[in-house]
Design a protein around this ligand. Structure first.
Ligand code: DLL
Length: 442
């Protein structure tokens, strides 16, 4: 189905606001925000005082770069409610990060914060040609993770019919997708592929038989090849959606019908891209670390939060007419970047190579171990179900070709192990691509 020519706005007065007005709105909100956090959150008072900056120093949007960053550890140090700017009785909901890599980070929302969050998500449901008559299947996890409830309230706010599936029970996801004439699916790309595969295994032809036309898929990197595979199998357009719990949850930025970069909801967030080494802002178009400032959050506002995600600003006006600037798809996180014999590589780049082989499915894991004093990487990939696995010569050739592609295109030398279909565990949420068994890192 082609989306060409379809432009649907949910809040047109904001989404297509002339740039000068948007800049003025951002400046006004930023001045208020900086004064608000200085007054209400001891961490910001101390951090601004230490850096020798005062809220009054924000005279233009560029002045933001004089202010200190906030990092994840600052949120951990404030556990549980030290970063809340409102009293507890004004907190309508609390979400947390999983805490698997340390103390959980806690994020609170006032009733107004939840409304804004819903609006941000709803904008992109409309951009994906889903109006109030659409059925939204939410297959992100519900709970402390922001995916499920974030998509849910976006659907409710936009007036859609919401199907709160959460993750798992994949056969049932498929059945209800068909029986309830679902129009749009919200889940991670890896789970969308899993759902598509199960639908096909169950004997359906979802691309032809299902009504669904859109997927709002995010929470993890997804290569263009993987996107194409999901689009083909389900017969949908896939829109990439970005967000993180600390900053709000899903809906900070999302693709429009042009599928060329993710529009940042700039009425509620300021995006900066900084060089991860020097921490200086880089020019538009240059890759670096995404830094986010919230403009309207009441409970958990953030100034210059270092996300660790790598992206860049896409320059120029989008053909859809939205004036919000676009960020490119996230290639990875600074902390997920592998350095293999001096070559920097993100798992998503490896995924791009894998999906170019028709004999291999986009399921893979990178197993990191220690061999002597060196890190060793084994890439495990799986063949398509009808690959003749017992034909040793074909298997050897495939292994060799994949190794060569990785060497030629990414300049990396890794061991490749091709495993039988269905060996690699399927994802229902964020896919686990890296298994780190290196000594000292457990
Ligand atoms: O993943 C929020 C979310 C839910 C976004 C549903 C989109 C859809 P966290 O669990 O805090 O929040 O993880 C945030 O996930 O810093 C990125 O590294 C990664 N991430 C999120 N969206 C994308 C995306 C949610 N579209 C972390 N592409 C972020 C690549 C993404 N990575």
């Amino acid at each position: 189905m082609s989306m060409k020519g379809t432009v649907v706005y949910y809040q047109p007065e904001l989404e297509t606001m002339p740039r000068e007005e948007l800049d003025a709105l951002q400046l006004e909100r930023l001045q208020k925000l900086v004064a608000y956090v200085y007054e209400r959150i001891p961490f910001y008072r101390e951090s601004f005082d230490k850096a020798g900056v005062k809220p009054e120093d924000i005279k233009t949007l560029d002045d933001l770069s004089k202010f200190p960053f906030t990092v994840k550890q600052d949120l951990r140090d404030a556990y549980p409610f030290g970063m809340f700017a409102v009293p507890r009785d004004e907190v309508a909901r609390i979400h947390c990060s999983s805490g698997t890599t340390g103390t959980a980070t806690v994020v609170g929302y006032t009733a107004k914060d939840l409304e804004v969050w819903g609006d941000c998500f709803a904008r992109f449901l409309y951009a994906a040609d889903c109006g109030s008559d659409a059925v939204l299947q939410v297959a992100y996890g519900y709970g402390l993770f922001t995916g499920g409830l974030g998509a849910h309230q976006g659907g409710e706010r936009g007036g859609l019919t919401v199907l709160p599936m959460s993750t798992g029970n994949t056969k049932r996801q498929v059945r209800l997708m068909k029986d309830f004439d679902v129009d749009v699916l919200a889940c991670t790309p890896s789970y969308a592929l899993n759902i598509a595969d199960v639908a096909i295994e169950e004997g359906y032809k979802p691309a032809e038989e299902f009504k669904i036309h859109a997927g709002i898929l995010g929470a993890e990197p997804c290569s263009e090849g993987m996107r194409a595979e999901i689009q083909d199998k389900l017969g949908i357009q896939v829109y990439d959606i970005y967000g993180l719990s600390e900053v709000m949850g899903p809906g900070v930025a999302c693709e429009c019908e042009a599928q060329n970069g993710l529009h940042v909801c700039e009425d509620h967030f300021i995006i900066e891209i900084v060089d991860p080494q020097t921490l200086e802002p880089v020019p538009d178009g240059q890759w670096g670390e995404v830094v986010m400032t919230t403009l309207s959050k009441e409970c958990s506002p953030l100034v210059r939060y270092r996300t660790r995600d790598i992206s860049r600003i896409i320059t120029g006006q989008c053909e859809c007419g939205r004036t919000f600037r676009r960020m490119d798809r996230i290639t990875g996180r600074t902390d997920d970047m592998l350095i293999l014999r001096g070559v920097n590589v993100f798992p998503s780049q490896i995924e791009e190579e894998i999906v170019s082989f028709p004999e291999i499915v986009p399921q893979y894991q990178l197993i990191l171990t220690t061999k002597g004093s060196l890190d060793h990487v084994e890439l495990q990939v799986e063949t398509v179900p009808d690959f003749p696995f017992d034909e040793v010569a074909r298997l050897q050739k495939l292994t060799k070709d994949l190794k060569k592609a990785l060497k030629d295109n990414l300049q990396i030398a890794v061991d490749v192990k091709i495993v039988e279909p269905k060996t690699i565990e399927r994802s229902e949420g964020k896919a686990k691509r890296i298994i780190d068994l290196r000594e000292g890192l457990k």
